[in-house]
Design a protein around this ligand. Structure first.
Ligand SMILES: [Zn+2]
Length: 366
């Protein structure tokens, strides 16, 4: 089997990084289609204008407002518009779904894509994945693009102004990467690039975890106060680069598998992806029967940043055994990820793990 380490072509990040936009994208050509939405765009418009004007050669760009859902129809519209105006690249500026549409539109029209995340809610922006939904927001398919984003540009001053809950959820998503990579490495499971990680690939989640442990508390305070800091910058990289490149090259396990079970059974499900995945890490650790020290260490990190330790923390109080079993049965059926552990995983094992997590959380609150 081949070993892989694939990721975005170029990753740029920093305080007010958008002001460099023109200089960073001008090698692609001189005409761009900017896809953003009517909430985000007014907040970054001035920076984008200054950014484009900073290029040595004059750049032209057109703005199109996002339709609001990552549908195939919307991707087709954006791709067609890019062709019509002669754009050399699509620049997506916004949240996860908008960025997924930008990736898909660019992939299908054969154009390079520039990804500018304005929040750090998940580790998806650096990945080659694009999730497609129906108009009503129902999951259709998770598509792999032929290429990773050509450029990922992260303005961490913008991230400092993003909603606190999404940032904490992003920490949860990135935090899971190490535990999932560790299990995949032990089992020899295949990653998302059709191989196993290179030596460095397996170290990325480890380093990501370290960065989060050292900086997450201060980074959360930064977002609370809408103030840029070094810690915020580091945690943004952990979420948006290390988490994304990490999971794609190492693989996912129980946290993302159980997440799929949760979203299929708990409807409506008000939790954010990273919040549910964080709970999934505890479920995995319970399934792996890790020593108490490791368990306590993870729980204390969760308390530092405000991640959930039980279903009540996900906004699902008083979950019944029957519902838990339905989630587990769904997870083992629909998700290949739960089967990437170095041991056999069935619904009963997941059920027992969830019960352990719920009991420990209850005990610690008494
Ligand atoms: Zn995730």
């Amino acid at each position: 089997m081949i070993n892989t380490l694939a990721g975005p072509g170029k990753y740029y990040q920093g305080e007010n990084a958008l002001l460099e936009l023109g200089k960073l994208v001008s090698y692609l050509g001189d005409r761009f289609l900017v896809l953003s939405d009517d909430i985000v765009y007014p907040l970054v418009k001035e920076k984008i204008e200054i950014g484009f004007s900073g290029s040595e050669k004059p750049l032209k760009w057109s703005y199109t407002s996002y339709g609001g859902e990552s549908t195939q129809v919307e991707a087709d519209r954006v791709g067609a518009l890019a062709k019509e105006i002669g754009a050399v690249s699509i620049i997506g500026i916004g949240g996860g779904k908008l960025l997924d549409t930008a990736k898909l539109a660019a992939d299908e029209s054969g154009l390079p894509v520039v990804i500018v995340p304005t929040s750090a809610a998940t580790d998806a922006p650096s990945s080659s994945m694009s999730v497609v939904y129906t108009e009503d927001g129902i999951f259709v398919v998770s598509k792999r693009m032929r290429n990773h984003p050509d450029i990922v540009l992260v303005d961490t001053t913008v991230i400092a102004g993003s909603p606190l809950r999404t940032f904490i959820a992003g920490i949860g998503d990135a935090f899971s990467c190490y535990y999932e990579a560790r299990a995949c490495k032990a089992s020899g499971a295949m990653n998302y690039n059709g191989g196993r990680g290179t030596a460095l690939a397996y170290h990325i989640p480890e380093y990501c975890n370290l960065i989060l442990r050292e900086n997450a508390k201060a980074a959360v305070a930064s977002v609370k106060n809408t103030r840029w800091s070094e810690a915020l910058d580091r945690v943004s990289e952990a979420i948006l680069y290390m988490g994304g490149v990490g999971f794609e090259n190492t693989g996912c396990t129980i946290p993302h598998g159980v997440y799929n079970g949760m979203t299929a059974i708990l409807r409506p499900f008000g939790a954010m992806h990273g919040e549910a995945v964080a709970l999934g890490v505890l479920i995995q650790l319970a399934a792996e029967k890790v020593p108490n020290d490791e368990w306590n260490d993870v729980v204390s990190f969760y308390r530092t940043v405000g991640l959930p330790e039980c279903f009540a923390g996900l906004g699902v109080p008083n979950i019944t055994d029957e519902t838990i079993m339905q989630i587990c049965e769904k997870a083992v059926t629909i998700s290949p990820n739960v089967h990437k552990e170095p041991f056999e995983v069935d619904a009963k094992l997941l059920f027992d793990a969830i019960k352990t997590v719920e009991t420990r959380s209850k005990e610690s609150r008494q």
